[in-house]
Design a protein around this ligand. Structure first.
Ligand SMILES: C[S@@+](CC[C@H](N)C(=O)[O-])C[C@H]1O[C@@H](n2cnc3c(N)ncnc32)[C@H](O)[C@@H]1O
Length: 265
């Protein structure tokens, strides 16, 4: 299924992952703790540093925006999100509350445009990749990260696998989340006119109490209704999966983070 036939009518932050629901900022932070070091290493390797003006798309709690300023010494970051309650303005860091799918979203041109775990939730991802590529100034880079589901038909039937499969299917049905296209990022970035395209995959270990394990447990709690509605799991199965994640029994592969990048000619 592609973006034209996505049938979910809910939206991120409304049907699921509402920012006003207690703990949503902490959930985003668990994801950030699991992946920020990988993201920062890639941005550093791409040469991001002093003098760069950067756009953070769907910036969440702003951990990458802050680290761009503090660790890489960039000149400025404009952090955009549909809801900026978890972000704080500070020298070098400006905020815009905007829906990036809205027609006319045009915050300017930037040497770095970065979005992580945003486009996978937006059925218009193909158009948005083109839009974001347009926001990169010549010579600048677009860096996009999203999730890759590593459960498969031959993955052992653990409580974790059942919950993950129900989560992806439930999110797809309620808000249009789709990670099946994410491995196509390199080709999608080429098609958007970028060159020197590269991509890499990182899978954090699912250890009891780790940030990524806590991220999935929180994410299941927030998407529980959508998961149960798939008919693939019931409440008891979600509870069992949460317990499994936090136990020594847990033996599974987290979803990975695929990061793809390309330079604007
Ligand atoms: C899973 S969080 C990721 C946050 C951050 N990028 C990170 O990796 O830590 C997704 C973020 O995208 C934002 N978002 C979702 N849809 C959006 C839209 N249409 N326009 C702007 N922001 C959006 C959400 O509000 C949320 O902050």
């Amino acid at each position: 299924m592609g973006e034209l036939d996505a049938d979910a009518d809910g939206r991120y932050g409304e049907a699921v992952f509402r920012p006003e629901q207690a703990g949503e900022g902490e959930r985003i932070d668990f994801g950030a703790l699991a992946y920020d070091d990988i993201t920062m290493a890639r941005l550093r390797a791409l040469g991001v540093g002093p003098g760069w003006h950067c756009l953070g798309v769907g910036a969440g709690t702003g951990t990458v925006s802050r680290r761009l300023l503090e660790e890489l010494g960039v000149a400025s970051v404009l952090a955009v999100d549909r809801d900026v309650r978890f972000l704080t303005r500070r020298p070098g860091l400006d905020l815009v509350e905007a829906d990036i799918t809205a027609p006319g979203f045009a915050p300017g041109r930037f040497r770095l445009v970065h979005a992580r775990f945003v486009l996978m939730h937006l059925p218009a991802y193909r158009r948005l990749i083109a839009t974001l590529a347009e926001l990169v100034e010549p010579g600048g880079v677009l860096v996009l990260s999203d999730a890759v589901d590593l459960t498969g038909d031959r993955t052992p039937g653990t409580p974790y696998r059942a919950a993950m499969r129900a989560m992806w299917q439930g999110l797809r049905a309620t808000i249009g989340t789709d990670v099946t296209w994410v491995p196509s990022y390199p080709q999608l970035l080429r098609a958007a006119g970028l060159r020197r395209v590269g991509a890499e995959l990182h899978v954090p270990p699912l250890l009891p109490g780790s940030p990524i394990s806590r991220f999935w447990a929180d994410t299941w709690e927030r998407s529980r209704a959508a998961m149960v509605a798939t008919g693939l799991v019931d409440d008891a199965a979600v509870d069992e999966a949460v317990r499994y994640l936090d136990s020594d029994e847990c033996a599974a592969l987290s979803a990975g983070m695929l990061t793809a990048w390309g330079q604007r000619p």
